[in-house]
Design a protein around this ligand. Structure first.
Ligand code: FES
Ligand code: FES
Length: 174
């Protein structure tokens, strides 16, 4: 079956079994290897991409479900301005805060966190409520609860996402 997907803003057509996992289409057919496989069964979030703007586990999505739809992978979070690559503010914050951990969990975390920053401004608002920082951190932990790191802590990730949310709330742009 021919499946046409807008991937990171570019129309791509692949001839695949409609039941082939989106994760495999991205990594093997389109060579977008930033998206990683962890558990392969919808538990870890390593394979997170945006499908029509919402985070999904690409290991649980069939290629046939994506025909005519838009996918954003970790490779598509940054934008280009002429020759310059401008990281999404959550990518910048992850790097600056030391929240970019291993290559397996980080791409999914970056995609999910970018969704949070772009679509859930309440995250930043939580930080300015009565509970202050604690509220913001609790909210970010809840929103990223589908992204699991098997080996270390979440503190620097949460710090980075809260910082990026506040930068966005303060009028920063992608
Ligand atoms: S690899 Fe898809 S959720 Fe773990
Ligand atoms: S799984 Fe990536 S740092 Fe733990």
């Amino acid at each position: 079956m021919n499946v046409t997907i807008e991937v990171n803003g570019e129309r791509r057509t692949v001839d695949v079994d409609p039941w082939r996992r989106l994760l495999d289409v991205l990594r093997e057919d389109l060579r977008l290897t930033g998206t990683k496989e962890g558990c392969g069964e919808g538990e870890c979030g390593a394979c997170t991409v945006l499908l029509d703007g919402a985070p999904v586990n690409s290991c649980l999505v069939a290629a046939g479900q994506c025909d005519g739809r838009a996918v954003v992978t970790v490779e598509g979070l940054a934008r280009r301005d002429g020759g310059e690559v401008l990281l999404h503010e959550v990518q910048r914050a992850l790097v600056e805060r030391g929240g970019a951990q291993c290559g397996i969990c980080t791409p999914g975390i970056a995609v999910c966190a970018a969704y949070v920053i772009d679509a859930e401004p309440a995250v930043a608002a939580a930080g300015s409520g009565a509970g202050g920082d604690g509220d913001a951190r609790a909210k970010v932990r809840e929103l990223l609860s589908g992204n699991i790191c098997r080996c270390t802590g979440y503190q620097l990730i949460v710090d980075a996402v809260v910082e990026a949310a506040r930068a966005r709330q303060g009028g920063g742009s992608r």
